[in-house]
Design a protein around this ligand. Structure first.
Ligand code: SF4
Ligand code: SF3
Length: 553
């Protein structure tokens, strides 16, 4: 195996990347290799879809499969080797289908179809052993000697950005929002990766194109969430448990959460959100369920302790899953793209087994003293008070906005984000999103001009909401987004965050401070490009970075 897609990848003086028998996340070598093979077959699907589309033929089922398949390979999503064997066989069949689609479209257009090589011509073996033997051809490092580290690093950026786009687009698709332009961009990127592109320029352009596609994916997901569940509104959420039977739902998937609320309705079972599902409490149609009781625990990296203590079943709907421990292995379930060997997987959105498990487990014996956090400051809420905000900025009451958000993780350097938020001066507003917020969202930030100083905008994908707000404020002030008194302090961990970063770069947002460490797949030369061309800054010390941000304003 070789994998260096996430922030916690193994790093040493000799270089970075998880290799050997297991990655830092617990992904074993067979699963990692099978993921590579799956992505390779999907690249072949993309080669045919890309060409078929040029001839007017599409296969939306194949596009949807690619989104789902890519999502399973994100960090902390699916660790189940046997699932990947099945997905590879499915991908092989879909590849045959889209090949036929392309050839028929070419025949209708009176053209000879191209005889495609590489991933399009790859025939996956039928069995696990054969697939593992084939895996070398699909490794991200396969052409490293010929292509050189910079090209391999940039191809990796494209691949990982594509993973993020696919994940967000899948979240939107399951809620009924799809965009043909996203499928077109995904197919284009797959074709480019399959074609073994060796040029820095086109690869960089592809990364930015994926950033634009990711904006569309986040916009589609925003439309999906608000269309299905209403517009987020400021909401106080209980973060301590109350007495009673309980289910815990983690990940990002609002549709699964809604299905779990339905499955547990009127049964005397409380539903708690975990991690990136905290924002669900701000959506009117979800908060209307009286048994959506509160939020439990913090960010994903603390789950082994928190899940062990939770007295009911747990459902993991998307990233981030880590190895289930014996104390809760029997009462954790996976759904959607998530999987772990031996852990029960919910199919077809039927969560009745989870309701049964909750009824059979003890639940919380006591009410804990009530503590709350306030969330729900999406674009509509913030823009609803835009006049107040603009006035406060003009009057000097608000000096600066800091968006401190993104992924959390276990790296010790992540204390930077807590320090940053807590040391932001009193005349500044802190916007946040993603699971990184758990580092400071219980801290009392007070208010400023009648507004809370900490505004929780939602999940990592609600970077869309933040971008809409920034764009509208920039319009109101008659300046560009980069001239606003706004600094972005971004923490990354996995590939959704890589896609969000590409979106920021594609939209021309400069001076993004990125940490806790820079991606291992970016070579020094590529980092120079990010710094020089896009003004990306590695984080340093929280107080120094606050001062530097304020000095720039
Ligand atoms: Fe390593 Fe991250 Fe890949 Fe897991 S996902 S194997 S931790 S680089
Ligand atoms: Fe967190 Fe995994 Fe990225 Fe959606 S839940 S932000 S790390």
């Amino acid at each position: 195996m070789f994998c260096y897609q996430c922030e916690q990848t193994y790093r040493s003086d000799e270089g970075a990347g998880c290799a050997g028998s297991k990655g830092m996340c617990g992904k074993d070598a067979a699963t990692s290799d099978l993921q590579d093979v799956l992505l390779h077959v999907c690249e072949g699907i993309g080669q045919y879809l890309h060409r078929a589309r040029a001839l007017g033929a599409t296969d939306v089922q194949a596009d949807r499969f690619v989104l789902y398949a890519f999502f399973t390979t994100l960090t902390n999503v699916n660790f189940n080797a046997s699932k990947f064997v099945l997905l590879i066989q499915q991908a092989g069949e879909i590849k045959k289908r889209v090949q036929a689609l392309y050839e028929a479209a070419a025949a209708s257009a009176g053209k000879a179809p191209e005889a495609l090589a590489g991933a399009a011509a790859f025939i996956p073996a039928a069995e696990l052993d054969g697939l593992l033997t084939q895996a070398a051809v699909a490794s991200v490092k396969k052409d490293a000697v010929v292509l050189g580290a910079d090209v391999v690093g940039l191809r990796s950026l494209v691949l990982y950005g594509l993973k993020g786009v696919c994940a967000y687009a899948h979240h939107a698709e399951v809620l009924g929002e799809e965009r043909d332009a996203i499928y077109e961009a995904v197919e284009h990127a797959l074709d480019l990766l399959a074609g073994g592109s060796e040029e820095i320029g086109p690869l960089l352009e592809e990364a930015l194109a994926l950033g634009r596609a990711n904006f569309l994916a986040m916009e589609a997901l925003d439309a999906a969430n608000t269309g299905n569940f209403g517009t987020p509104e400021p909401t106080r959420v209980r973060v301590t448990p109350r007495k009673g039977k309980a289910v815990l739902v983690s990940g990002h998937d609002m549709k699964d959460l809604c299905a779990i609320l339905e499955a547990t309705k009127d049964k005397g079972i409380d539903v708690y959100t975990h991690g990136e599902l905290l924002p669900a409490h701000s959506y009117p149609k979800l908060k209307a369920y009286p048994h959506l009781a509160g939020n439990y625990g913090g960010a994903w990296q603390d789950q082994q302790r928190e899940f062990a203590e939770f007295p009911g079943p747990i459902v993991m709907t998307s990233n981030c899953l880590i190895e289930p421990q014996p104390r809760y292995r029997g009462r954790i379930f996976t759904a959607g793209p998530v999987g772990w060997p031996g852990i029960r997987h919910i199919e077809n959105g039927d969560f009745s087994i989870v309701a049964q498990a909750a009824a059979a487990l003890p639940g919380f014996a006591e009410d804990a003293a009530e503590e709350t956090v306030t969330i729900g400051f999406g674009r509509d809420t913030v823009l609803g008070v835009a006049d107040k905000v603009i006035e406060a900025v003009k009057a000097g009451a608000i000096r600066h906005f800091f968006l401190v958000g993104g992924c959390d993780g276990a790296a010790p350097g992540r204390n930077y984000y807590t320090d940053f938020a807590e040391h932001a001066p009193q005349d500044t507003v802190v916007l946040t999103l993603g699971c990184g917020k758990y580092r400071f969202n219980r801290y009392d930030f007070g208010t400023i001009g009648g507004l809370p100083r900490l505004l929780d905008m939602g999940q990592c994908n609600d970077a869309y909401s933040a971008l809409v707000v920034a764009t509208k404020l920039a319009e109101a002030f008659g300046v560009g987004v980069n001239e606003l008194p706004l600094s972005l302090i971004v923490s990354w961990f996995e590939q959704k965050a890589a896609a969000v970063l590409l979106t920021l770069l594609a939209l021309g947002v400069r001076n993004v401070r990125l940490g806790p460490t820079l991606p291992a797949f970016l070579t020094p030369a590529l980092i120079d490009v990010l710094v020089e061309k896009f003004g990306v800054l590695p984080i340093t010390d929280a107080k120094a970075d606050i001062e530097a941000s304020l000095a720039r304003a």
